[in-house]
Every structure is written in structure tokens, then in C-alpha cells.
Design a protein around this ligand. Structure first.
Ligand SMILES: Cc1cc2nc3c(=O)[nH]c(=O)nc-3n(C[C@H](O)[C@H](O)[C@H](O)COP(=O)(O)O)c2cc1C
Length: 290
């Protein structure tokens, strides 16, 4: 797997959802680098097959793409990263994980990105990647040259979704018991990976990740939002978006841990924890290894 040229923690802190792009197209060199990077991401951390492709405005139907670039809240993206995901128990988390690696690779190149979960026309992009019957495309990325970092970072949409707000540590990370806040001091060397989870992007900025540290484990849970799981949200697949968010959390956590030389692996385990209600769903565990 190719590595990034900058520390992962710098990339995570530089990244933001860019919704305003310059007209300039992504350079040929950058496109090649991104495409090359994507060829390594054909299988998720739990073994689910997937594939990604970069569509840019210089492709044959650039005009049609420019039309798509103004879709929803995104202005003028000159490219999109699309993906096709195979079946698997953890497939949405895996897709979130791998797509976020692409986000960080783009950030490393100085490009802007924005995850698009709801506001894109699936059929148009599905055709572009020749989506098969046994595949799905849960989300895509807008990608391009950032127009003006300052205004892009603080745009209307970001304010609208309170995009810069992050939930405080003690409400996200717990020490052995659900609800008992974990401090960075107690988390020790794992405080960096946890902080990098906290800074990650999430659908509607809901930050659904909750993590409980126990002896030898970090157990990851999804905090569902009350009233979020009715029929309508199921139909528009908001639930699925939150599973992508968990994959993003896994990506930030693992890449930061590896950069720090901390050893572990992902597993589905019997966590044995008492959970306060059924809005909390177990996702995955980071199992410390020596
Ligand atoms: C799975 C997923 C789907 C998203 N879908 C959209 C979207 O459809 N439109 C949009 O403008 N932003 C979308 N976002 C971006 C979030 O709103 C953004 O990550 C969040 O508000 C935090 O802001 P930041 O990324 O600038 O830190 C999505 C993010 C994720 C992770």
C-alpha cells in the first residue's frame, strides 16, 4: 500500500468538506497518482471486494460532468470518485474505510473533497462505473482544486450543518463502562488515534461513533439518533450512512495507531458491556496485539 507524504495526523487535521471548487481541472499527474492509489483498494479490511474510479471533467462527456458538479450544494467539482461495493457483513464500514483513504490521499495532493451520501444522482454515476447487480454504490466523493481555502472551509453549508462542531471527548469515549468518560490522560498513547476519530467527517455531522476502552480492546459502537430509524430514514438509507461513518472512524484510528507504532487488528468480539438502550449498536473492536 503506498504511503502518504505527510503525517496522517496532519492530513486528518487539514481535511474539510470542500463545497466550492475552482474551474481548474485536476492535473494529469495528480489524476494518475489517485488512480494508481485506488488500484490498491480493491478489498476491504474484512475482505469484501470493491472498486473505485475517478471521473474527471476532461473525460469525453465533460459537459455532462460539469452539470453534475453543480448538483446539490457542491459548486464546480471537476471530478468525482465513484465506487462499487460487493456483498459482506461489514461491507459499508469497509467502503467508508477505503473511501476515506482516498480522501486522505487527495488531501495529501492538496485537493479538496466532499463526501456525498444523499445528494447525488445514483443512476448517472452507477452507469459510469458499470455497477453490477450484486454491487452497490453507497456514496461518492466530489473532488477538485480548492477555490479559496478560507471561504471553502467556512462556507454556508458547513455552518448550516455546524460542520466544525465536534462532540467533546467525554461524550464519545468511555473507560470500561458505558457513560464513564475516558480522558486523554487515561487513554495514554491511544489518545491520538481517538482524537483523530473525533475529527473525522460524518453524514450530517452526526458523529455517531462511541468507543469503550477495556483491557486489551477498543470497542466501537454506533450511536443512532433518536427518531432516525423510522421507515423514511430507512428508505433513504440514512442508517447506511452511519455505517460508512464507522468505517471512516476505523480508518482514522488504525492509520494513526500504525503511524505511532501501536499494534492491533480488527475483530468482531463479545464485548460483554451493558448498553443503556437499543439506540446503540455494536460495530467492531480494535484488538491490541503485541
Ligand atoms: C457518509 C457521508 C455522507 C455525506 N454526505 C454529504 C452530502 O450529501 N452533502 C454534503 O454537502 N455533505 C455531505 N457530507 C459531509 C458532512 O456534512 C461533513 O463531513 C460534516 O458536516 C463535518 O464537516 P467537515 O467534513 O467539514 O469536517 C457527508 C459526509 C459523510 C461522511
Amino acid at each position: 500500500m503506498p504511503t502518504y507524504s505527510q503525517p496522517i495526523t496532519d492530513l486528518i487535521q487539514k481535511r474539510f468538506s470542500c463545497r466550492k471548487y475552482s474551474k481548474a481541472s485536476i492535473s494529469v499527474e495528480m489524476r494518475e497518482k489517485l488512480r494508481e492509489y485506488m488500484t490498491h483498494l480493491c478489498i476491504g479490511p474484512f475482505g469484501t471486494p470493491m472498486r473505485f474510479d475517478l471521473i474527471t471533467a476532461d473525460d469525453q462527456d465533460g459537459k455532462a460532468l460539469r452539470g453534475l458538479g453543480t448538483y446539490g450544494f457542491i459548486q464546480g467539482a471537476s471530478g468525482f470518485v465513484v465506487g462499487a461495493l460487493g456483498a459482506g457483513q461489514q461491507n459499508l464500514e469497509e467502503y467508508g474505510y477505503r473511501m476515506e483513504q482516498i480522501v486522505l490521499a487527495a488531501t495529501d495532493l492538496g485537493l479538496g473533497t466532499c463526501w456525498l451520501g444523499g445528494t447525488f444522482t445514483k443512476s448517472t454515476f452507477a452507469r459510469r462505473i458499470e455497477l453490477q447487480d450484486d454491487e452497490r454504490m453507497p456514496a461518492i466523493l466530489a473532488i477538485g482544486v480548492i477555490q479559496d481555502e478560507n471561504s471553502a472551509r467556512n462556507g454556508v453549508m458547513r455552518q448550516y450543518v455546524a460542520g466544525q462542531r465536534r462532540i467533546p471527548w467525554e461524550e464519545l469515549f468511555f473507560d470500561r463502562l458505558w457513560g464513564k468518560g475516558l480522558s486523554p490522560e487515561v487513554a495514554g498513547e491511544y489518545s491520538r488515534p481517538l482524537e483523530m476519530v473525533r475529527l473525522g467527517p460524518s453524514a450530517s455531522n452526526k458523529q455517531p461513533w462511541r468507543i469503550v476502552q477495556t483491557d486489551g480492546f477498543f470497542h466501537f459502537f454506533i450511536q443512532r439518533t433518536k427518531g432516525y430509524r423510522n421507515l423514511l430514514t430507512r428508505l433513504v438509507q440514512v442508517d447506511d450512512m452511519q455505517r460508512l461513518d464507522m468505517g471512516i472512524a476505523m480508518c482514522h484510528f488504525e492509520l494513526t495507531a500504525r503511524e505511532l507504532g501501536l499494534k492491533g487488528k480488527w475483530g468482531i468480539v463479545d464485548h460483554g458491556l451493558d448498553l443503556p438502550d437499543d439506540q446503540i449498536e455494536y460495530s467492531v473492536s480494535w484488538v491490541l496485539t503485541s
